[in-house]
Design a protein around this ligand. Sequence first.
Ligand SMILES: Nc1ncnc2c1ncn2[C@@H]1O[C@H](COP(=O)(O)OP(=O)(O)OP(=O)(O)O)[C@@H](O)[C@H]1O
Ligand SMILES: [Mg+2]
Length: 353
Amino acid sequence: MGIGSAPVVGLDIGTSAVRAAQITSGRSGPSLVKFAQVALPPGVVAQGEIRDEGSLSEAIAELWKRAKLRSKKAVLGVANQRVVVRQVELPYLEEKEFRSSLRFQIADHIPLSVDEAEIDYEILADYESADQGRVMRVLLVAASSDMVEQFVGVAAAAGLQPVGVDLAPFAIARAVSPAARGEVGLAGAEAIVDIGGEVTNIVVHHNGEPRFVRILVIGADDATHALEQAMGWSFEDAEAAKFDLAGGFGSEDARRVVAGPVTRLVQEIRGSIDYYLSQEDSEPVSSVLVTGGGSLTPGLLDELEQALEQSVEVAAPLAEVDVTRSGLTDEQVAQVEPVAAAAVGLALGRDGR
Ligand SMILES: Nc1ncnc2c1ncn2[C@@H]1O[C@H](COP(=O)(O)OP(=O)(O)OP(=O)(O)O)[C@@H](O)[C@H]1O
Ligand SMILES: [Mg+2]
């Protein structure tokens, strides 16, 4: 961050809440200066997409007030069905040539019209293939331009100056994993799983190089909806009952109702990891990190460990930054830690490190 320039705030627009994080980097590492969240009423954001622009920009304006943020500069995270991440094999080209013919080269590889999409890419490797000659492996990120403009528009309507839009799963990986930041080396690949209310993000990386990304529109709200239906409760009561179960209270009946959606979620996550592993020359997954409010769903971690046949570690994004200047108490840190990764990672990506 240059002298006099305003810091960039990470803004996570989730299904259940909007969250902001501001980070500064000192000699002793990154420090969290501000963090806050404002809950969203159901339906304002659905499956990571904006459904009610007015209510959302009001909530974001309220968030800036609550967090006492002076900088208007924000970087936004997106994760929904209108952004696709694909790893593709293409004929080898010099990067300059590839860049100038990018849209033409990738048109057949993404399920979006290239003229209506924002495209980003990373060339991961190039090698000789037996039948196609020299090829390169490219990670493509394509986001619907309409969707990106809508995010930017809502932030602007809240009085902000959006300076960038990042893929939320990458921000989350950066926030929770020293290996993803390139600070330490791991022998195998690492899977990072962020379980939200309606979106689950999965990133598999090898020492910071992304190997696989999947944005699933399934999350822990399914367990809440199952309780609503089976017990005849309101969404709020069902949420409260689910939180009770996670804390070790609640009825056996409620626990049984939650078990079905938990199994479906675990199977989806496992399916994605299996897909990654089925790719040619995939590194075995030696470590699994989970985060997101949905990771607190009763029974989920045990079932995930069983399904993946390996231990799963709960990520601690706020242990990676100094929180003393944020004013958060230890209790608040513990409370927000499961939902802080996206905002923190977005801010980390822009703090000039
Ligand atoms: N203490 C808790 N115990 C059990 N479940 C919880 C707890 N806190 C949050 N959750 C659940 O986590 C989910 C929300 O997770 P999170 O806040 O990470 O999602 P989000 O970022 O708002 O939405 P998304 O990422 O899906 O767009 C909800 O299903 C909620 O019920
Ligand atoms: Mg989220």
